[in-house]
Design a protein. Structure first.
Length: 274
C-alpha cells in the first residue's frame, strides 16, 4: 500500500504494508499470471494444516467498526473512502490471494494476518464486516471476515486468505472471477447458520454462551427435541435460546405449554429478529 494522509493514525502502518504487506501492491514483489499468488515468492507455509477443507467459514457476528481503519485513505496515489455500511453490497470481479509473504504481519485492522484463517482484504468494505465470496466458474462459496485493506489494482476486487482461495479452488491459477456479497450478522445464529423466517419460542437469554448451551442440552434431554429446531442467537451481547421455527402462533403456544409443564420455564413468542 502507499502512504496514507499523515493525519491518519494508520499512515505509518499503511506505508509499511505497501512495502511488505497485502496482496496486490505492485511496488513490492513480482506479479505472476499463472502460478501462485500475486507474488512470485508467495505461497503456503512450511507446515500448513493437513486439511484446509475442514477449516470452518467465518461466522458473521455484530462487531463495532474499527476506529481508524474506516477513514478515507490514499494508497498508490488513489483515494479510497470505505463504506459506512456493508448492507446491500454485491459486486463481481477478480479475486486474488495472499499467503506466507504476509503471514504474521499486521493488517489494516491491527490484527495479525493469518493465512490459514477465513479472512479477506477489500479496499472499501467496512472493517470488520463479513461477505460471501462465490467463484463464478465452479459455484463454490466461502464466508470471510474483512479485516484488511487491498487489493490496490484496478483489475482486482478482493484478496482472499490462502485457505479461502484453496477452498474456492484457484490457488494454482492465482486469481478467479467471483461475486462478493455482504452478509448481515443479524441474519445468522452463533453457529453461522442463516436464521429462517417464522415464529420462535425464546426460552432464556444468557450473558455467557456456556450457560445457553447448558439450557440447549437440557431441552434436548428432557423434551427429546430435534437439534435442528433449537438455536442460540447472539444479540445485544445476550445468547438467546430459541425453539422453532413454527408455522403458526398456535403451534408455538402448544410447545410453550409443554415447556412450562415439564421444565417449569416460561417462554415468549418472538419473530426472526426478536
Amino acid at each position: 500500500m502507499a502512504k496514507m494522509n499523515p493525519i491518519l493514525f494508520l499512515g505509518a502502518a499503511i506505508l509499511a504494508f505497501a512495502l511488505g504487506g497485502c496482496g496486490n501492491a505492485p511496488s513490492a514483489g513480482k506479479p505472476v499470471a499463472v502460478r501462485g499468488g500475486y507474488y512470485l515468492d508467495d505461497g503456503p507455509g512450511a507446515l500448513p494444516p493437513t486439511d484446509l477443507d475442514a477449516v470452518p467459514d467465518a461466522v458473521p457476528r455484530r462487531e463495532p467498526l474499527h476506529r481508524f481503519a474506516n477513514r478515507t485513505y490514499v494508497a498508490l496515489g488513489n483515494t479510497y473512502t470505505p463504506l459506512a455500511s456493508a448492507s446491500g453490497y454485491r459486486e463481481e470481479g477478480m479475486a486474488s490471494w495472499y499467503g506466507r509473504r504476509f503471514h504474521g504481519k499486521k493488517t489494516a485492522s491491527g490484527e495479525l494476518y493469518d493465512m490459514y484463517a477465513m479472512t479477506a482484504a477489500h479496499p472499501t468494505l467496512p472493517i470488520p464486516s463479513y461477505a460471501r465470496v462465490t467463484a463464478l466458474d465452479s459455484g463454490r462459496s466461502v464466508v470471510v471476515r474483512i479485516n484488511d485493506r487491498g487489493p490496490f489494482h484496478k483489475a482486482r476486487l478482493i484478496d482472499l486468505s490462502y485457505t479461502a482461495a484453496h477452498k474456492l479452488g484457484y490457488l494454482s491459477r492465482g486469481s478467479t472471477r467471483v461475486r462478493v456479497e455482504s452478509l448481515d450478522p443479524e441474519a445468522y445464529d452463533t453457529q453461522g447458520e442463516a436464521l429462517p423466517d417464522g415464529v420462535f419460542l425464546q426460552i432464556g437469554a444468557f450473558a455467557r454462551a456456556d450457560n445457553a448451551q447448558q439450557l440447549v442440552a437440557r431441552l434436548a434431554r428432557e423434551l427429546a427435541l430435534d437439534p435442528e429446531r433449537t438455536r442460540v442467537v447472539l444479540r445485544d451481547r445476550l445468547h438467546r435460546v430459541q425453539l422453532g421455527p413454527y408455522d403458526s402462533d398456535d403451534e408455538a403456544l402448544a410447545d410453550r405449554a409443554r415447556v412450562r409443564e415439564r421444565l417449569d420455564l416460561n417462554a415468549v413468542l418472538v419473530r426472526r429478529d426478536g
